[in-house]
Design a protein around this ligand. Structure first.
Ligand code: UT7
Length: 337
């Protein structure tokens, strides 16, 4: 992942943000046929945060982006990449507006849609922009507001998903210095695209003019097969990145995965033969925040002292598409902004 001139993308700053309104399991149970006990034991989640009406993904992305810039001690970036599957509107992309609101007028800015793998995909693409010499710095943001696309009557998805945003500032640096991204692995399997989807609203099934029940604009997920695929692909991806770094998952100090379900983290830990204690988790506090998940758990792990400078880290994700991926680095000195 280093370019011709030996340039690599290096993590220089980190920030996370969740909206203030929290929804506890008990609050959900007052509305739906569910319970705190079911949600905790099946997912590990105690609460999630949701946006109030009028707040959009771009608003969260601006907050997280501002924090990552502050953490890096800069107010500049050459590129803004926003990973999201809940853009402010279907067209245009949300990233240019986020860039402008951050004072980054005129920069290259675009969205990436890889659902829960979005942030890892965005890191990979951004690292390539740095390594090629195109950009000296990239603000990589993952932000989603799945509360805006969930079926209010679907107790399963309502229990899991929460809103949030996280961001990392990448700068050009040396491939051997702490923070340099290495061992990128990305993959997809489009034959299983129906497992995680919003069926309508795109060009295949237009929502215009259809009655609401036919429009199928709500998010749907087939939980059981997704669970199995998540375990299989995240374990294989972590193993591939560890191998690219010259070792095995056992050589990695912290495996920071997309927070889909606490039982998925436990199953991946077992499959790769690494103690669960090395998998930082904030799912109890924020649930599954989709593209925001990896940078949010990074920010929380640093703030909690669970992730420390010098530790060997693999970041990994899995999500709709299906998509998956991971990347490695030695954790640098950072203070979340
Ligand atoms: O972010 C990346 C992609 N997403 C994931 O990786 C998520 C992967 N999947 C999962 O995490 C789990 O499959 C779920 C948490 C979604 C569901 O857990 P599960 O243990 O696989 O449950 P299930 O779907 O097999 O359902 C078991 C039962 C069902 O009832 P019956 O048919 O046995 O009577 C569900 O209707 O649990 C029921 N159920 C609930 N009960 C109470 C489903 N959701 C709830 C709920 N409260 N919130």
């Amino acid at each position: 992942m280093s370019g011709a001139g030996g340039r690599a993308a290096v993590v220089a700053g980190l920030g996370g943000w969740v909206p203030p309104t929290a929804v506890t399991n008990d609050a959900l149970a007052r509305e739906l046929d569910t319970s705190d006990e079911w949600i905790r034991t099946r997912t590990g989640i105690a609460r999630r945060h949701v946006v109030d009406p009028g707040t959009a993904t771009g608003d969260l992305a601006v907050e997280a982006g501002r924090r990552a810039l502050r953490s890096a001690g800069t107010d500049a970036a050459d590129v803004v990449v926003l990973a999201t599957s809940t853009p402010d509107r279907p067209c245009p992309a949300t990233a240019p507006e986020v860039a402008s609101r951050l004072g980054l007028t005129g920069v290259c800015a675009f969205d990436i849609a890889a659902v829960c793998t979005g942030f890892v995909y965005a890191l990979g693409v951004s690292a390539g922009l740095v390594a090629s010499g195109f950009a000296r710095s990239v603000l990589v943001i993952g932000a989603d507001t799945f509360s805006t696309i969930l079926d209010p009557a679907d107790r399963t998805t309502r229990a899991i998903f929460g809103d949030g945003a996280g961001a990392v500032l990448l700068r050009a640096g040396d491939p051997d210095e702490p923070g340099a991204l290495r061992g990128l692995q990305l993959g997809s399997d489009g034959s299983r695209s129906d497992l995680i989807q919003v069926a309508a609203g795109g060009s295949r099934q237009r929502s215009t003019g259809l009655p609401a029940e036919e429009a199928a604009t709500y998010f749907t997920m087939d939980g059981r097969p997704v669970f199995a695929e998540a375990v299989r692909h995240m374990a294989a991806s972590v193993e591939a990145t560890a191998a690219a770094l010259g070792g095995t998952p056992a050589d990695v100090d912290r495996i920071v995965l997309h927070q889909a379900n606490a039982r998925i983290l436990a199953a991946v830990a077992e499959r790769v033969g690494v103690p669960l204690e090395r998998f930082p988790s904030n799912i109890e506090r924020v649930g599954n925040t989709v593209a925001a998940s990896v940078p949010l758990v990074l920010a929380d792990a640093v703030a909690d002292g669970v992730l420390r400078p010098g530790q060997r880290v693999v970041l990994g994700g899995f999500g709709g598409g299906l998509t998956w991926g991971s990347v490695g680095l030695v954790w640098p000195e950072t203070t979340p902004g």
